[in-house]
Design a protein around this ligand. Structure first.
Ligand code: HEM
Length: 477
């Protein structure tokens, strides 16, 4: 997700479909899990060629290369891209907690599209900003929103009957094929966040459009202008709402129509910092960040989870038999195929790690992908196993969790920047999936319509970028 400066995606060679002729010629596509031999030093240490980072091979099969880095170059100086990679779980945890030593300033990748957000702040100013609304993304009033999340899922699925578009739904006698991304996962997280923030239902479609434009405007220059315009439209819209809520706050209601609490925008309008109310600009950029931060990530989590479960029929059967197992499936998905590759940091001082000198002001990439597959922490990390005993599945803590042989995954980060949307995205993925399961009878992957791996037969692995589409057949009636 570019909005949170996932360096992996900023380097993505257009989904790895051979758009990078130089790097692809250099690095042929390997069977999943096997690394291309980049040569060896006289002592037998495998060599590492940083051009691999730009190759299609790396995007579909990154894990054997990260293993080489973890084992032999835990802090790797990539002279080609002028940055450093930290790949072991323990080292990354250490850096994330050291918010002053490894600060978040280089995240200017949002290039003005998201506005001035807390992602780019460190230390006291970051804490101040985060506390303003991070508190509103968790807690009792949101727990009461779970039925609303379910309702939004039901409403989306109900529209499938009227869809006449063979890129989304194909009906046959007694069965249906659905592309779960376009029909559900792409838009569902935006609808939920829109509702939780307190925007009227009529705005949901506009929000989805603004969100898509802002996201595509983050990286590429040709769509940057469109992203800036979308943000302007969002800001104009939010400004009107903020003015109205300043005069008259509005409430979130439970399904029986009882008020639960003020909505998040109304709460933000009442918030004072050093005696001053938050400006509309401050409120808008936080809203842009929440909309941007929660969309692509949760979309990826939902699609990856269904893709992985349907490829592991025994685990899917277990979820069908026990509704509570969705939580484990969600966490194992985020460990196995996390939607965000990692986070960039900049070191404030000169540091020495694993014998590598990192001069102050360097770009240091924390590779969450690699931390989640660190065999020092997770046994047999390449295997998707929601019953694994070394993964912590409880409430996510900023301090992370490491006890009695169990550790939290790194998909939401740890430390001061731990994702404040973790709880909501968890509810979206789990509740949304429960609703999907109740509607989709006997779901199975439509292999024919799915992108294939190099043998032209097997399903393509998820790799570095979340599943883009997922075609599912299910029985009607
Ligand atoms: C599966 C879904 C999600 C994943 C994997 C994810 C991942 C992350 C990660 C790794 C960070 C830490 C960034 C850092 O260390 O610099 C982060 C921060 C953040 N996320 Fe999420 N996120 C998800 C969903 C959401 C949702 C649903 C929202 C909003 C409702 C959200 C809002 C944010 C915000 C505002 C930040 C910035 C926090 C800060 O800098 O203090 N995220 N997210």
């Amino acid at each position: 997700m570019n909005s949170l400066a996932s360096f992996a995606e900023t380097l993505a060679p257009d989904q790895g479909e051979g758009e990078d002729p130089g790097a692809s010629r250099q690095f042929p596509l390997m069977p999943e899990g096997e690394a291309y031999d980049m040569g060896h030093a006289p002592d037998g240490t495998p060599l590492f060629d940083p051009r691999i980072f730009d190759s299609a091979e790396f995007f579909r099969n990154p894990y054997p290369y990260y293993r080489i880095l973890r084992d032999h170059y835990p802090v790797y100086h990539d002279k080609l891209h002028n940055c450093y990679y930290v790949t072991r779980y323990d080292d990354i945890t250490h850096c994330y907690f050291d918010d002053e030593g490894f600060n978040t300033i280089p995240k200017g990748s949002s290039s003005g599209v998201l506005g001035n957000t807390q992602l780019e702040l460190s230390g006291v100013e970051h804490r101040r900003r985060r506390n303003l609304y991070g508190q509103h993304l968790v807690g009792k009033s949101l727990e009461n929103r779970v039925p609303a999340i379910r309702r939004l899922a039901v409403e989306m699925i109900e529209t499938w009957d009227g869809i006449n578009d063979d890129q989304i739904i194909i009906d046959r006698d007694g069965s249906r094929t659905v592309e779960l991304g376009r029909a559900f996962a792409n838009e569902f997280p935006i609808r939920v966040v829109c509702e939780v923030l307190g925007f009227p239902k009529e705005a949901q479609a506009d929000f989805y459009y603004w969100y898509n434009s802002m996201m595509s405007g983050l990286g590429a220059s040709d769509t940057h202008k469109q992203g800036l315009e979308a943000r302007q439209h969002l800001e104009d819209y939010v400004e009107g709402i903020v003015e109205a809520r300043r005069k008259e706050p509005t409430y979130l209601y439970d399904e029986a129509g009882n008020p639960i609490s003020k909505d998040i925008i109304s709460k933000l309008c009442e918030t004072k910092v050093d005696g001053d109310y938050l400006s509309t600009e401050e409120i808008t950029s936080n809203i842009a960040l929440v909309v941007g931060g929660g969309g692509e990530t949760t979309r990826g989590a939902i699609l990856n989870m269904w893709y992985l479960l349907l490829q592991h029929p025994d685990q899917f059967a277990a979820v069908c038999n026990d509704d509570n197992l969705w939580d484990s499936a969600f966490h194992e998905t985020l460990r196995h195929s996390t939607p965000i590759g990692g986070q960039p940091r900049q070191n404030t001082f000169d540091v020495e790690m694993h014998g590598v000198h990192i001069p102050a002001g360097s770009l240091v990439n924390m590779v969450d992908f690699s931390a989640n597959h660190d065999e020092r922490i997770f046994r047999d990390p390449e295997t998707f196993n929601m019953f694994r005993e070394d993964l912590y599945n409880g409430k996510l803590l900023r301090s992370g969790y490491r006890k009695e042989g169990r550790c939290s995954h790194m998909a939401f980060g740890v430390g001061p920047h731990l994702c404040p949307g973790a709880w909501i995205s968890h509810q979206e993925a789990v509740e949304g999936s429960r609703v999907l399961l109740s509607k989709l009878k006997n779901p199975r992957i439509n292999v024919e319509r799915m992108p294939k791996d190099i043998d032209g037969k097997k399903l393509r692995p998820i790799g570095l970028v979340s599943a883009r589409e997922l075609w599912i057949d299910y029985d009607l009636g």
